[in-house]
Design a protein around this ligand. Structure first.
Ligand code: NCD
Length: 353
């Protein structure tokens, strides 16, 4: 995985690099035709998604037998990953951790940066670079938008780069969540992802999962999106501009009952009040944006209900028993999809089937 001279020599400083369009940045985070640092949902093409979904399917199949599981767990047994999670996480953390273990990677973790030398005045960038010395991959969740990207950018300029995977950065992106969400749609719709009406519900302004998922939808044909949210938490203009540029029709509405009838998938999210500046979420009535038992009668027989979890009250618990509620399967799909991605990054995906 050698960088070409051309790529390294044209890279500007971080301040000049950061504002560039994502499409210009992607080559810097790719190697040998593969994703190297997984930072943005825009890095996933239709072909790559199809390949990762097939790889994830193969992984779950092959590992059902001990011989297959042993083979898969030898694929990356020479690699070590660091999970650097500077923001609350249990499910994404566990999902990545177990994905690493499926492939035989050894793991170490940082979950509380207050115990590191950052408290002695070290910059977060130096801290991450120090930790990177021990590992072959960094999986990172960070509250500051852009920090994961900056880490990847920084690592790529060192003599010993390691791939960086974004496990959720601030309010901006959560690409592996979008990957597993789309993998769940793929499994729910027997591989047919075109011609779908996807309804996203909740705090669309501050939810990074719905942002990344919107980006991924450009890979499919004849998609329409409905964004259902309180007016305070509408989808941000940058995503709406992206959809306009790619000719993806969308509507914004508060009428959840109205749009759910034609939905092929309903993607529920919780209110993201950890991003409140002055308790603004408290003034918002979120209850019109709940999915309730009675709604099951109104949606299509083939419609699926997703949620990145954790859930609060936005889906009534009794809904879980309906076969169209796929959020628990979605959770498990995440582990396989992440394992497929890591196998791709390290170039061992062809050894799985
Ligand atoms: C999401 C996140 O962290 O953005 N959760 C997750 O990754 N499982 C969604 C959320 O916290 O609401």
């Amino acid at each position: 995985m050698k960088r070409t001279q051309e790529m390294t020599s044209v890279q500007p400083d971080w301040e000049n690099f950061l504002p560039r369009p994502i499409s210009d940045k992607i080559p810097f985070f790719s190697r040998d035709g593969r994703v190297y640092d997984c930072l943005f949902a825009q890095q996933f093409s239709r072909d790559l998604l199809a390949h990762l979904f097939r790889t994830a399917d193969a992984l779950r199949e092959v590992t059902q037998k001990k011989g297959g599981a042993d083979h898969v767990s030898s694929l990356l047994s020479d690699k070590r990953a660091m999970l650097y999670f500077a923001q609350p996480s249990t499910r994404t953390f566990m999902s990545f951790l177990n994905a690493c273990h499926i492939l035989g990677m050894k793991t170490s973790e940082i979950r509380d940066t207050s115990t590191s030398s950052e408290v002695k005045g070290e910059t977060p960038e130096d801290t991450v670079r120090t930790f990177s010395s021990y590992v072959d991959m960094i999986i990172m969740r960070h509250p500051t938008p852009g920090f994961v990207e900056k880490t990847a950018w920084l690592m790529n300029r060192t003599g010993r780069p390691v791939p960086v995977v974004n496990g959720g950065s601030g309010k901006d992106q959560h690409p592996t969540q979008a990957l597993l969400d789309t993998y769940t749609l793929y499994r729910s719709f027997n591989g047919e992802l075109d011609n779908k009406h996807i309804v996203m519900v909740g705090d669309l302004k501050r939810g990074r999962t719905v942002r990344s998922l919107s980006y991924l939808m450009k890979n499919y044909k004849n998609i329409s999106l409905s964004f259902v949210s309180p007016k305070e938490f509408r989808m941000e203009a940058d995503i709406l501009d992206f959809l306009k540029r790619h000719g993806i029709p969308y509507q914004e509405t508060e009428d959840f009952a109205g749009v759910m009838r034609t939905a092929d998938a309903i993607y529920m999210t919780r209110i993201q009040d950890e991003h409140d500046k002055a308790g603004e979420s408290k003034g918002v009535d979120y209850s019109p944006f709940y999915f309730r038992q009675e709604h099951l009668k109104q949606i299509k027989k083939t419609c699926v209900i997703l949620h990145p979890l954790p859930r609060r009250h936005e889906i009534e618990v009794s809904v879980d028993d309906d076969p169209r509620a796929v959020f628990w399967r979605q959770e498990r799909n995440g582990m396989w999809a992440r394992a497929a991605l890591m196998a791709h990054i390290f170039g061992v995906d062809e050894k799985i089937a």
